[in-house]
Design a protein around this ligand. Structure first.
Ligand SMILES: NC(=O)c1ccc[n+]([C@@H]2O[C@H](COP(=O)([O-])OP(=O)(O)OC[C@H]3O[C@@H](n4cnc5c(N)ncnc54)[C@H](OP(=O)(O)O)[C@@H]3O)[C@@H](O)[C@H]2O)c1
Length: 333
């Protein structure tokens, strides 16, 4: 595809002014059935937005470059939120690094090139906190990007996400469009991926404890030592933060999105056990990898822009366990 931006040309600046988005604005949420995309859909609907656009991966495979361009021409969105990605936990990332790299590069490239070709002035790209170096000073500031080696279990995925941030920055420089990037910490909530093989630590734990509880088992085994520290943000807070950024933030640097506080994996396991009602013994399998020792985002940039999270981890876990119980047969397994 030859890029031929219809609404923009090199050097044309679109000036961003903070303002609420028009409730009838056409907003395309790429990945609207996923954890983040579905939360965005819910949050925007709840706030009265009436013109949301989405397509499942079977309706539109975002790796199909021509298909993506056609979709943009047909639907003519005004805003694009790029929440579609190949996402997975430590096992999936370390088993399929090539897929995580190429799928994500293709999805990002196709969506952003089509957005540019159709003159989309406002796009929000979602990356991940794994873009930061394994031993970045904690809490991790946005300017730690590209200052050290990545965690090797998810470096391929992280490189794709870093390329996405660069693409946003390059479009800003070359075309003057106010595109932005947000880097969420670990997320959890309704519509999460609870699969045994591809899920992240928290949904995997919820599933494990819930199954042990249901089966009356008297012990569960978790991966690693339980000592790494992690930060968790409820996905409804994440969606709220994305809307806040779209309405209030403009700048080339990615914005960290998190709570600014972390807990050990052991602490989170005990919160999950209490949300589930599980009272058995917990073993830690030290032969399994721990990943990065600590991953806590510095969220001062987001906080200074006027946004703070509202859902506590305890509250969010109780709600998510209930969601999993209600949807276990439909949720990703
Ligand atoms: N989950 C986290 O803890 C976390 C943390 C930090 C950052 N993030 C970022 O947040 C974003 C969303 O993550 P998530 O947790 O919501 O992931 P998710 O629940 O796995 O959802 C991903 C979505 O992407 C869509 N998708 C994947 N491959 C596609 C393809 N080839 N064509 C079209 N659609 C495709 C899927 O569509 P279908 O459902 O239609 O198949 C799915 O709805 C990602 O960029 C991720 O890096 C997530």
């Amino acid at each position: 595809m030859v890029l031929n931006p219809s609404g923009v040309s090199g050097g044309d600046n679109v000036v961003f002014s903070p303002a609420p988005m028009d409730k009838s604005a056409r907003i395309y949420i790429a990945g609207h059935r996923g954890l983040v995309g579905s939360a965005l859909w819910r949050a925007l609907r709840k706030q009265g937005f009436t013109n949301l656009v989405g397509a499942t991966s079977s309706e539109l495979d975002l790796r199909d470059r021509q298909g993506v361009l056609r979709f943009f021409k047909q639907t003519e969105p005004e805003y694009v939120i790029l929440a579609a990605a190949k996402v997975g936990g430590i096992l999936a990332n370390s088993t399929y690094p090539a897929d995580f790299l190429t799928d994500n590069l293709q999805i990002q490239l196709n969506v952003m090139d089509a957005a540019l070709a159709t003159g989309i002035s406002r796009l929000l790209f979602l990356g991940s906190s794994c873009i930061y170096p394994k031993y970045a000073p904690q809490p991790i500031k946005e300017d730690s990007l590209l200052t050290g080696h990545l965690e090797s279990t998810n470096d391929a995925y992280a490189i794709a996400k870093i390329a996405g941030i660069m693409q946003v920055q390059a479009v800003r420089r070359q075309y003057g469009l106010p595109w932005i990037s947000a880097m969420p910490t670990n997320l959890y909530g309704p519509n999460d991926n609870f699969s045994r093989t591809t899920s992240h630590v928290l949904p995997a734990m919820i599933r494990r404890y819930e199954e042990a509880f249901r089966a009356g088992e008297n012990s569960v085994t978790n991966w690693g030592t339980g000592t790494p520290r992690r930060e968790f943000l409820h996905v409804d807070d994440m969606a709220d933060a994305c809307i806040h950024l779209l309405e209030n933030y403009d700048g080339p640097d990615q914005v960290n999105v998190g709570t600014g506080t972390d807990v050990t994996i052991k602490e989170v396991a005990s919160l999950v056990a209490s949300a589930v009602g599980y009272e058995g013994t917990v073993h830690w399998d030290h032969t399994k990898p721990d990943g990065t020792p600590q991953k806590l985002l510095d969220v001062s940039k987001l906080t200074e822009s006027g946004w703070t999270p509202k859902i506590s981890l305890e509250q969010g876990l109780v709600q998510t366990v209930q969601w999993f119980r209600d949807n276990v047969h439909d949720s990703r397994t």
